[in-house]
Structures are given as structure tokens and as C-alpha cells.
Design a protein around this ligand. Structure first.
Ligand code: PAF
Length: 278
């Protein structure tokens, strides 16, 4: 497995391998969700690059950039064992050198949900993903549906900036108790870890109402909220039922494809989850 440290090294590596290439962008602390993206990329492409970069630009002041889990040795071992061809590990200085001042912003879509709670988050994500795509120049890039808004933001920027990449959506991987896999799960306290599956139960409660024919957006949000509120360790940030494409909140009936999404804090750890309805 090759290791590339700068955009120039990455571009030179890609230049020497003109075949089909998949990119799995990550911030490390790899879990089974990441590994499922890697396996899919390996199956669909002649070669696969995984990137590991904890992107400071997508963390707001007071968020968890400093204590974001990092385990480089383990990540590299897992990627090597899976058969990844190269890992791209740029430093912050390689990505954002002195004098850096160019940012990618996606309007509308990126201001809702996570964007409302974390105002600079998607500017950081859109910028780093554009830079990763530009350095790696993959044919396909793999993103998890757990970060549903991120997936839509990346699809939009690829379309709007005419980037020649197929953005591939991969299903959320869950723990046996339903908790969506996330690097942040690692720093849940034991009681918060025990409480956190309430997120997937809240989604399931609303999805069951939807399956039974309920279409009132207020009733569907209320079903999810009631389940969350029954768990005292969950501090709710938002419960949203939004149009699946625009992520505009649905008023009235949910009669087209919709995204039900949640964010809640368990102690200092903020978790998100979602389900598609319809
Ligand atoms: O989902 C993530 O891990 C990050 O947001 C990404 C896409 C690697 C960009 O830093």
C-alpha cells in the first residue's frame, strides 16, 4: 500500500494509474461503516485510495476537533489488510498552507439541519471534498448514508462544479442494538452508549407509523420525538422530516420521498441518524 502525503504526490500517483479508481474519504478512526465503503470500492474499481484527514475546517469553535479519535497505526493496518492500493494522508499544512483563502460553499441545502446547528461545517466539508477529488481524481467516491446531508451536499457540489465523479451512496452500518456506527461512538460513556440506540428506535417508531399509512409530518416528527424524550440521557438538537432532495422541512403531508433525521447529545457526544421514508 502506497502512502501519499501531499496533493502533488497524490496527483502523480494517480497520473501513473489511468484505470478505474475509487476514493473513500475518511477522517480515520475507522470502523465497520468505513470498511464497508472500502470493500465496495475494491469490488467496483481497478484500484482504491482511502484518504485519512481530520479536517479542521469542518469543526466549529468548541467542537471536538482536538479530541476527535485518532488511531493512525490501526487505520493503516486495516486498510492494508483489505488490499487498498494507496492511502492519502495530507497534513493540515499541505491542505491549508499559509495564506489559504479559497472556500467552497453550497447554498440552501447546506444551511439546513446540520448546517443550522453547525454553521461552518459544510463549508469545511465541501472545501475538503473538492480538494480531495481534485488531488485523487477518482472515477467514483464513496459516502455513507448515515451522513445524509453530507451525501447530498457532495452530490450537489459535484454536479454544480462539473466534477467528473460518480458519488456512490452506501447504506448505514449498525451495531447489533441498532446504533449507527460512528467514530464518535468511541467516546460515549457506558451509560450514554447504553442509551444511544434510542436514536434508531425513534426512527423506527416514526417509520412504523409511516408504514401504517400516517402521512402527517407533525405526527411523524412527534412519534420520533416521543421516543427520544423517553430517554433522559438524550438531549435533542433536532427532529426533522424534510423533502429528501432539498432538505426543506415538510409542512402538512409527507407524500413524496422524505428524510427523517435526528441529532441529539449524549453527554458531550453529539450523534445523528436518519431514515428515508417513501
Ligand atoms: O464523513 C467524513 O468522515 C468527513 O466529513 C469527510 C467526508 C471525510 C470530509 O472530511
Amino acid at each position: 500500500m502506497d502512502a501519499l502525503a501531499t496533493p502533488a504526490e497524490m496527483r502523480a500517483w494517480r497520473g501513473a494509474r489511468p484505470g478505474g479508481l475509487g476514493l473513500v474519504p475518511t477522517m480515520g478512526a475507522l470502523h465497520e461503516g468505513h470498511l464497508s465503503l472500502v470493500r465496495r470500492s475494491l469490488a467496483e474499481n481497478a484500484a482504491t485510495v482511502a484518504s485519512i484527514f481530520v479536517n479542521p475546517a469542518q469543526f466549529g469553535p468548541g467542537e471536538d476537533f482536538e479530541r476527535y479519535p485518532r488511531d493512525g497505526e490501526r487505520d493503516l493496518r486495516l486498510l492494508r489488510e483489505l488490499g487498498v492500493d494507496a492511502v492519502y494522508l495530507p497534513s493540515p499544512a499541505a491542505m491549508y498552507p499559509d495564506g489559504y483563502e479559497t472556500w467552497v460553499t453550497v447554498d440552501g441545502l447546506a444551511r439546513r439541519l446540520e448546517g443550522a446547528s453547525r454553521p461552518a461545517h459544510f463549508r469545511g466539508v465541501a472545501t475538503v471534498v473538492t480538494k480531495l477529488l481534485n488531488a485523487v481524481r477518482p472515477d467514483r467516491a464513496y459516502f455513507g448514508r448515515k451522513d445524509a446531508q453530507q451525501l447530498r451536499v457532495v452530490r450537489r457540489l459535484a454536479r454544480d462544479l462539473d466534477l467528473p465523479v460518480d458519488v456512490v451512496a452506501c447504506d448505514t452500518v449498525r451495531e447489533p442494538d441498532g446504533l449507527a456506527m460512528s467514530s464518535r461512538n468511541a467516546y460515549l460513556s457506558p451509560p450514554d452508549r447504553a442509551a444511544a440506540p434510542v436514536l434508531s428506535r425513534a426512527l423506527a417508531a416514526a417509520a412504523a407509523r409511516f408504514a401504517a399509512g400516517e402521512r402527517s409530518s407533525d405526527a411523524l416528527r412527534a412519534a420520533a420525538r416521543a421516543t427520544l424524550e423517553a430517554e433522559p440521557r438524550a438531549a435533542i438538537d433536532y427532529v426533522s422530516l424534510a423533502d429528501s432532495a432539498s432538505l426543506a422541512e415538510i409542512a402538512g403531508e409527507a407524500d413524496g420521498p422524505a428524510l427523517l433525521s435526528l441529532a441529539a447529545r449524549f453527554g458531550p457526544v453529539r450523534l445523528i441518524d436518519n431514515v428515508e421514508l417513501g
